[in-house]
Design a binder for this molecule. Sequence first.
Ligand code: WT7
Length: 651
Amino acid sequence: MADRSSVSQLFAPPARVSDGSFYPSHGSYEKMYAQSLENPEAFWGSQAEVQIDWFHQFTQVSDCDLASGMVAWFLGGKLNVCHNCVDRHLSIRGDKVAILWEGDEPGDVRKITYRELHREVCRLANVLRHNGIRKGDRVAIYMPMIPEAAFAMLACARIGAVHSVVFAGFSAEALRDRIQDARCKAVITADEGRRGKKTIPLKRPVDEAVMACPTVEHVFMVRHTESKVPFYEPRDIDLGEAMKNERPYCPVEHMDSEDTLFLLYTSGSTGKPKGISHTSAGYLLYAMLTHRYVFDYREDDVFACVADIGWITGHSYVVYGPLANGATTVMFESIPTYPDAGRYWDMVERHRITQFYTAPTAIRAIARLGDEFVKRYDRSSLRVLGSVGEPINPESWNWYYNVVGEGRCNIVDTWWQTETGGIMITPLPGATHTKPGSATFPFFGIVPVLLDDQGNEIEGNGVSGLLAIKSPWPSMARTIQGDHRRFAQTYLDPFPGYYLTGDGCRRDEDGYYWITGRVDDVINVSGHRMGTAEVESALVSHPGCAEAAVVGFPHEIKGQGIFAYVILKEGFDADAELIGELRNEVRTHIGPIAVPDQILITPGLPKTRSGKIMRRILRKIASQETGELGDISTLADPSVVELLIEKRKGL
Ligand code: WT7
């Protein structure tokens, strides 16, 4: 990738924002950052004391040793995350809107106050309890973006059950695998979801998945679209009906700081998705602090993160961070282009949204449809514009800054991961001079380093390397469900003493961090992580597929698209029907998001003499960057490269 830093502009924080913000200058950020590193125990300890409502104060701030995989924070503390997100606000913000829900149709709005949220969450928690769900039990949540999804997460937290939200775009098979891996005792779902006038079946895939999940005792279903779906009593429970029958109060479970709050599955470089495990106190504290500082959050704001709760962004910045801060958080069911590309800004105007957080892929998708869709609406309420999920290209950054934000708003390009629990590298409004395309500097207490292939730290500026984090932070993932060894092998063992992110990164002459993308076999499609091995194993389950190799390639809207090379078995023809079947195979094994954008049928793949597929070459051919293929003399059959280049041109 070209070095964008050298040509980039430097943007001072817009005056309107820096006036009232917490850190009105870069100097004060640097001072506080330095303090957070000088004495991390004092920094995190005092933050945890002030920010979290404890039932029992912790006795030790941390006990961590990255090299041995030991990470624990706020030991001995007792708290409840739901209490911190709901109950503690009742006396001062009972009538404040907690969740501002906007449905698929513009203006279809529900406003849920903190008092109402408390009652609904209590009722839902009681339903779970009365159906045998106890502290430590796992509950899968497969829901559209409706308030009940947040109620369900918070209800689990309230009774100490561990939720595992599965994105509602994943297939029945993908859902089944995740339910089985976590041994979930129940599933919470809806009849259907809605996205841009289309309905998304949910209960049906749940039924299909649960057939192979003997641990599941109950399926709780919310009636959302009210369409007729199969219903199997006594296993299935109508959640709305059951809640009516429950008392609107439910005591909270006292949880240990290190009790698991949730699992969230994400892709890795091998076929099996990993259940990333986050615990209670550290996750909550970090989600709260980052929500407050990164978005310059203030009491009267209306905060909108339009991510789905199926991803970590939805966990930390739709639900836990904003609610822990007593904010009004927007929950959005629809898509950015329904009914047209002005939908986001229509919402900004109607709800007077102050912070807006989305992914570069959404920005690209609407920017190309024209500025009129933005200018039609009043965006004067906006102060901070956030970006997450993939590197934001400078053109999109500038469009976001100039067209959407009219040069008044701070852009925060936030780098983080499912495993980090919260934002790690980011500008702070009012404090950081930004450069389009750079996530800028680390958050308080975070120590990013660049490593070479041997694990040596690369010092100084104007350097590139593997991005790693040198010291533990409270919301770091603790383990992978059922596989702590894989956790250690993936993140901690490669370079003892460091958490390895899997991203490449450059630190420019001014010390700004520029994420350059994944260095492993993970691709980033529309801001969602997808393992190439997962897509490959879906493809080879087709009877006609002998071998498959999947790589990422540049895609105008998605950032990266999925490119699949497929070798067919004898007797199968490379026709449109077969291509359709291959795509369908991926759709049923994983879901629509994983379906390859391009499938190239080939008689062979570039392999070394020892049989290893040269992915580097496949990536270049897919990207049509074949001018610089490098050394191909080690290939068993170099002629296959010419063939693939020709075939690629013909797609
Ligand atoms: C991967 C993590 C964190 C929530 C959404 C994705 C990429 C994320 C940025 C950014 C460049 C980014 C990285 C990272 N990524 N944010 N601001 N700039 N790259 O969570 O699915 O766990 O994916 O997303 O490659 O490793 P995720």
